[in-house]
Write a protein that binds this ligand. Structure first.
Ligand SMILES: [Fe+2]
Ligand SMILES: [Fe+2]
Length: 337
């Protein structure tokens, strides 16, 4: 275990929290850096990443936290586990129009927008469904397939979670990913897989139990060694100073004493001793990967709000929940001359 004091020292080195509008957030080419990159954001939805390692533009649509909740009779044996979440987000408000809406309507609106925007891929950062409803997963997959746009999905903490079901988080994630969510992964390793989008490496990390497993750290190292321009996508944001334990992957305060929702969500309480050594090691390697291995930025959902942070040069963005129409248009572009 990394001591709290040492961890904080590492975490705070060179950190800077950002405004989210029209700001260049990365771009200090230093010694040992594998490439130059800058980032500009404008409004609620547009992020432009420039890199001297990118030869042709790549456009991504990034969404998270749609929280679809519909079901059919196949759900009947499981309703004792899904009752609360099936009512959690039935009525929502569109963040732009402030009109009453709902997750299914916002998802369809977002996919219609993707049709006009024509991204090279749609990236789905989990909590697509509020519980592993077969009807909701099939409904979403049918609509995604109909766009004709390649899409890549990773799990959120709700996609596989049946509240009150016996078992550890890691066991239950494995079981319900296999039983319900596997079609969205299309044969890829849900723990961590790399998608190639026009030469851009997009790492899809399943950190939906907040912890990183040794197998995930190993795959991450292997992928980073290739040194290609890359982005990392996950559900739970990585820790950055100033953020709550919702930004829980690698957060030094993530432990049993800060777990406020384990009774409501009927799941095992976070561990007394906090994160595993592997999770802290992973966090530290992600920070360094920005300078060392061309990891241009990371994106996450889970907190349902837009935020950005910069820690020792490593930029992270969280996207507003898609249940209210949130999305990012991310353009990865060659560095201007
Ligand atoms: Fe969520
Ligand atoms: Fe979540």
């Amino acid at each position: 275990m990394v001591s709290r004091r040492n961890f904080i020292k590492i975490g705070l080195a060179g950190s800077l929290t950002l405004a989210t509008q029209g700001m260049v957030v990365a771009g200090n080419p230093g010694k040992g850096r594998s490439g130059k990159s800058t980032i500009s954001t404008s409004g609620d939805t547009v992020i432009k990443i420039f890199s001297d390692q990118i030869k042709a533009p790549v456009k991504l649509m990034v969404i998270s936290d749609t929280h679809l909740w519909m079901s059919d009779e196949r759900e009947d044996p499981f309703r004792q586990y899904s009752d609360r979440m099936s009512k959690a987000y039935n009525q929502t408000k569109d963040f732009q129009t402030l009109a009453d809406t709902n997750p299914a309507q916002e998802f369809e609106k977002t996919l219609a927008l993707a049709g006009r925007m024509a991204p090279d891929a749609i990236i789905i950062l989990g909590d697509l469904v509020s519980y592993p409803s077969e009807a909701a997963i099939e409904w979403a997959k049918t609509r995604l397939d109909a766009t004709g746009i390649p899409y890549y999905y990773t799990n959120g903490n709700h996609d596989w979670h049946y509240e009150g079901m016996e078992g550890t988080e890691i066991e239950l994630r494995k079981e319900w990913t296999r039983r319900r969510l596997a079609p969205l992964f299309r044969g890829e390793n849900h723990l961590l897989y790399a998608a190639d989008v026009k030469g851009l490496k997009v790492l899809m990390l399943d950190d939906s139990v907040y912890e990183i497993l040794p197998e995930q750290l190993e795959i991450f190292r292997k992928e980073m060694k290739e040194g290609k321009p890359s982005l990392m996508m996950s559900h739970i944001p990585l820790y950055a100073p100033g953020f709550s334990t919702g930004y829980g992957c690698g957060h030094p305060d993530w432990n049993a004493s800060t777990d406020r929702n384990y009774e409501i969500e009927r799941r095992p309480r976070w561990p007394e001793g906090g994160h595993s050594k592997t999770t802290f090691t992973f966090w530290n390697e992600v920070i360094k990967a920005h300078k060392k291995h061309n990891l241009l930025a990371t994106f996450a959902g889970h907190v349902h709000r837009q935020s950005s942070s910069l820690v020792d040069g490593w930029p992270q963005f969280t996207v507003k929940a898609n249940l209210s129409g949130g999305y990012y248009e991310v353009d990865i572009l060659p560095m201007p001359d």
